[in-house]
Ligand binder design. Sequence first.
Ligand code: BES
Ligand code: MN
Ligand code: ZN
Length: 501
Amino acid sequence: MDFELKTLTPARICSEKCDALIVLIPSDMRSGTDPVSKLAALAIKSGDLESKAGKLLSAYRPQGIAATRVLLAGAGDGSAKSVRTAVNAAMATLKTTNVRRVLLSLGGLPQADQDTVRAAVLACADTGYAYSTTKSKPTEQKLLRVLIGMPASVAGHAGFDKGVGLVKGLALAREWANRPANHATPSLLAQAAKELGKLPGIKVEVLGPKEVAKLGMGAFMAVARGSEEPLRFIVLRYGGGPRTDAPVVLIGKGITFDTGGISIKPAAEMDEMKFDMSGAASVLGTFRALAELRPALNVVGLIPACENMPDGRAIKPGDVVTSMSGQTIEILNTDAEGRLVLCDALTYAERLKPRAVVDIATLTGACMIALGGVRSGMFSSDDALAQSLAAAGDSALDLCWRMPLDDEYADGLKTNFADVANVAGRAGGAITAAKFLQRFAGKFPWAHLDIAGTAWKGGAAKGATGRPVPLLVDFLLGQVPPAKKVPVKPRTAKKAARSPT
Ligand code: BES
Ligand code: MN
Ligand code: ZN
């Protein structure tokens, strides 16, 4: 799907040829004398259209309007969230039609700020996304072009550019998370990262079993032991700032399939454990977006990738391994493997002298139970970092919720046979997992995002959401020192973003 932003007056909205014109109608819509504004005013007055977000009214070849179809879409209070609801509703009705070119008019909104315009772009792209890699015929994509029309606005342009960059990152994250485990092995994930290394500003290094053994990543290696697929430790570097600037480090859990190991999972829905590398996919997606947006900061991505399988060589409950940090770990449950691969990545991060480290993981079923699919769990020992992540989630409509880290929660991790056990009891499972990770994150500001509930959807719309790429990208853009903030202007959208009326 191609996106274009144009500065369009109400009159131009009416005369622009397209297959479908979507007009967002907030409850306090500006009045106008053009045919679209008149139509909208009439529809509202007669009670045939409600301005509540998600309500729709459609027309075919109405007089004075060049578009073949017109969709009036209630946009409530005109907030980013309402705009997302409205665009989702309108685009959904076009999905099964032959509409190829859509004009989305934001002109009626009292104020289309960055977040609103970005929300509109992302909602359009969401409708256009379809997974097809392992289907014999690709899903046909009729909707090809979306033109966003609005009054001239600097914030609008910035929001549009962010949106278009994010669309690419989200698509990559969803693609890799959706791929079945036999099409997304640790080696294939590493190849995907290498592809990103061809983009400007990004460098990628991939370590295999030998190098990882040399680093002493005993916890990571312990998880990979049960699989025929060799592990990969992927290091991505985005260099947008001066060399001497400390990087922000993102660590993505990259379990390409989680059977649970010897502590094997039940068969029902075990297929969903192909999504257990969604954290890794979100790191790849974030780097894809960074390559578009080119912010002036340094970011390093770390992905410990392997399968968690039962096997003659697999780790057994009760086994004790030595992590890269030197701490010994008693593996009481081989299904608590995520924290084992992450703890060595956290120790590796120390050598990068990071400003902050954020790990992203489908870590616990308990987090899914606690927060459902609405908010990701966020844990941090650093208030400022927690605040930035929460704010990024709010503005990007990719919400998270801060969870506690009281030391008492770590009591259950005590064991007689090692420095720490990898599981505590069932109670507070998301928090005890975070407490385990915290032991390895003492040397830098750290946060952990548990995305077990938010990374994918079940049911009929089963598939990866691409979350928390929007949160991460907004967080990173917020980390650019003010003086160095360069206008966000990706090459691809430059021409479109500046095209005159
Ligand atoms: N990948 C799972 C967590 C998970 C489960 C995510 C279901 C999404 C849906 C993780 O590796 C795991 O198995 N965690 C265990 C931890 C337990 C053994 C302490 C869990 O949550 O059951
Ligand atoms: Mn597991
Ligand atoms: Zn797992």
